[in-house]
Write a protein that binds this ligand. Structure first.
Ligand SMILES: C[S@@+](CC[C@H](N)C(=O)[O-])C[C@H]1O[C@@H](n2cnc3c(N)ncnc32)[C@H](O)[C@@H]1O
Length: 380
């Protein structure tokens, strides 16, 4: 079923991608035909919206049950009594999934965080955060503990930083850094709206966040080596996993500019992490160069790092093509929209489907995303 043409890229980007998704390792494992059909399916998925809208409940302020009830009433109001179910996720206790109904655009169209919607009568704004499913998974994988000191290196607008603070019951410190001043304001607004006090937001270039001499860190970055228990590097990336996207406008030069920037940020992150600390690296893109190749580079460059299993692991494994072993690929989590057949959901198919099948669909029919988790075993 296809209602939109496949995503379109500039010619040179298309050539680049088509090489990535027809690389030798992949072809050897899957065969030419399957690799080709997966790639074509990916291009179709990228131009279509994900099958579910995901909202994260601000469990710092309200229970999932309570918010589910309020959201259900709101949806009934918006859709004049049409029954649209809301699902909880068995492995992500703080999200609610709302199926996107029908190809004609009928459904819940929330292009801004829900809390900006005036129809929520100023009740839900502080209770909900619109966030895609893999982004919610990231903070659970970092698994911050109350009282710890956490660094979110590229934090705006603060979706993951506010989630990290929520998981810590607002106890400890989440340093949320971003390079762009206006975006840092957004982090502060979101923290305020969700009533999270342990977030400290700073406008700072993450590549310069490692202090070269002793200083008072209360002022903010730069920080001394080994200052953080856990670090999230949700890296600036080429963003090719975002959906729906009919026309991708970046040039090949722009697409390939992210790998060196990500490596600079990653190097600073490794230095800022305490021995025994955890580093999670994530992107919302589909290339090898910003994902599996970065992992291969990191393991070569920093012998102190060890790849870790992820919990929850609901996406697929890493993609072949960067020389990683099968055991290493299994430790990576790649959300690959082409892993499921593109299907529209109408009210009838929804009623006929089992909840488990719908959850399994929601796990796959989401944006393209990548997550790697490392532990720093010792000082370098
Ligand atoms: C993928 S977005 C982060 C999304 C965020 N983690 C969230 O969940 O809301 C990447 C961010 O990196 C920021 N950025 C780009 N270069 C940076 C740098 N050198 N230092 C810090 N932040 C940077 C961008 O401004 C952008 O907000």
């Amino acid at each position: 079923m296809s209602f939109f043409p496949k995503i379109s890229f500039q010619g040179e980007v298309e050539k680049y991608l088509s090489k990535v998704f027809r690389n030798n390792e992949l072809i050897t494992a899957l065969g030419t035909q399957e690799a080709e059909s997966k790639y074509q399916s990916l291009l179709s998925h990228l131009s279509h919206p994900p099958g579910f809208t995901t909202v994260r409940v601000n469990t710092h302020l309200a229970s999932v049950e309570h918010v589910k009830k309020l959201l259900f009433e709101e949806i009934q109001k918006q859709f004049k009594g049409l029954y649209v179910p809301i699902f909880e996720h068995p492995k992500l206790q703080d999200i609610l999934l709302i199926p996107v109904i029908g190809p004609s655009g009928m459904g819940i169209r929330m292009t801004e965080p829900v809390y900006l919607s005036p129809s929520f009568d100023n009740v839900l704004p502080s209770h909900l955060f619109l966030q895609n499913l893999p982004s919610v998974v990231v903070s659970h994988i970092l698994n911050p503990q109350p009282g710890e000191r956490i660094l979110d290196m590229c934090a705006a607008p603060g979706g993951k930083a506010t989630h990290l603070a929520t998981l810590m019951h607002d106890q400890g410190e989440v340093i949320a850094m971003d390079k762009t001043a206006n975006k840092v304001k957004k982090i502060k607004q979101n923290a305020e709206l969700l009533q999270l006090n342990c977030i400290k937001a700073f406008c700072y270039d993450g590549t310069k966040a490692l202090a070269v001499e002793k200083r008072d860190e209360q002022e903010g970055p730069p920080f001394l080596p080994e200052s953080f228990h856990r670090i999230l590097l949700d890296a600036p990336c080429s963003g090719m996993g975002q959906r729906p996207n009919m026309v991708y406008s970046l040039s090949l030069k722009e697409v390939t500019s992210y790998q060196p920037l990500q490596r600079k940020l990653f190097t600073v992150a490794v230095n800022l992490l305490k021995p025994g600390g955890v580093l999670v690296y994530s992107t919302c893109t589909i290339t090898l160069s910003e994902n599996e190749e970065q992992v291969a580079w990191a393991l070569r460059t920093f012998p102190c790092l060890q790849l870790q299993p992820q919990e929850p692991h609901i996406g697929g494994e890493g993609m072949r093509g960067a020389g990683l072993s099968l055991a290493q690929l299994k430790l990576l989590q790649r959300f690959d929209p082409s892993a499921v057949t593109l299907q529209g959901m109408d009210i009838n198919s929804l009623q006929d489907s089992k909840e488990d099948d719908l959850i399994s669909l929601a796990n796959k029919d989401c944006i393209g995303f990548f997550i790697a988790k490392f532990m720093k075993l010792n000082s370098k």
